[in-house]
Design a protein around this ligand. Structure first.
Ligand SMILES: *Cc1c(COP(=O)(O)O)cnc(C)c1O
Length: 233
């Protein structure tokens, strides 16, 4: 735990370096600390370093941590979301990164209406990732966005992807580039309720390359909080 603030400083330095390399401003990139499986005390340590955006992938875990920290943290839902659990988090999270079906979008919309809230969402794309079955195929994107844009209480803010696990981050560069290009293409269509301000891409192993290719949100877990131990839980 004593390493968390050092790790954050290192990640922030790397973000700055990657941004400057391609003439971008580091302030245009948000660092999301992925706190899944980690205790509340770790999150509080990150907060002391001024990191207030936390990424979680389980509804139950968000509910538990929200009870303690509430809105002191901006919660990001980054994991696969089941429709029957949407109701538990719509009032708690600032952004749902993982929308990949119309059924899910419609459910988030109806729960957002009940909560009297506009819910910001990203569309999750599956670009050549055989490790995960989640995410929309890129050729479905335009039709999907057109349909979702008609839902009254959703705002599409951009795209998200989980690139494959690779040892050489350069291997994922073409994926980040493709997502950026898709965002540019969608933006040109000027669809109501849709903007492409956010590109959520890049994790511990590849966030610098993602930033060079236009990422505006990087989701870093291991690089901040250390390895996750799934056996403990
Ligand atoms: C776990 C997770 C991350 C963080 O992964 P690290 O490799 O530990 O940085 C990022 N995004 C999603 C969707 C995740 O589930």
């Amino acid at each position: 735990m004593e390493h968390i603030s050092d790790n954050i400083q290192e990640v922030l330095d790397n973000i700055k370096q990657a941004a400057e390399k391609v003439g971008r401003n580091k302030d245009d990139i948000t660092l999301i600390a992925v706190s899944k499986t980690k205790p509340v005390e770790y999150i509080e340590e990150a907060m002391r370093s001024n990191i207030l955006d936390m990424g979680e992938n389980k509804v139950q875990e968000i509910r538990h941590k929200y009870e303690v920290l509430g809105d002191k943290v901006k919660w990001h839902m980054i994991g696969h979301l089941q429709t029957n659990k949407v109701k538990y988090i719509v009032d708690k999270v600032c952004l749902i990164h993982s929308v990949d079906s119309l059924k899910l979008a419609e459910k988030i919309n109806s729960e957002a209406i009940k909560a009297d809230k506009i819910m910001d969402i990203l569309i999750q794309l599956n670009v050549a990732n055989e490790d995960t079955k989640f995410g929309l195929m890129t050729d479905e994107l335009t039709n999907f966005i057109t349909a979702v844009s008609k839902l009254s209480n959703l705002r599409i803010k951009g795209l998200m992807t989980i690139a494959p696990y690779v040892t050489d981050s350069e291997d994922n560069r073409h994926i980040f580039r493709e997502i950026k290009q898709l965002a540019v293409d969608i933006k040109r269509k000027n669809i109501d309720n849709v903007n492409m301000d956010i590109l959520s891409m890049g994790m511990t192993n590849d966030y610098m390359v993602a930033i060079e290719e236009g990422s505006t949100m990087v989701r870093v877990g291991t690089g901040i909080f250390g390895k996750r131990d799934y056996n403990k839980r």
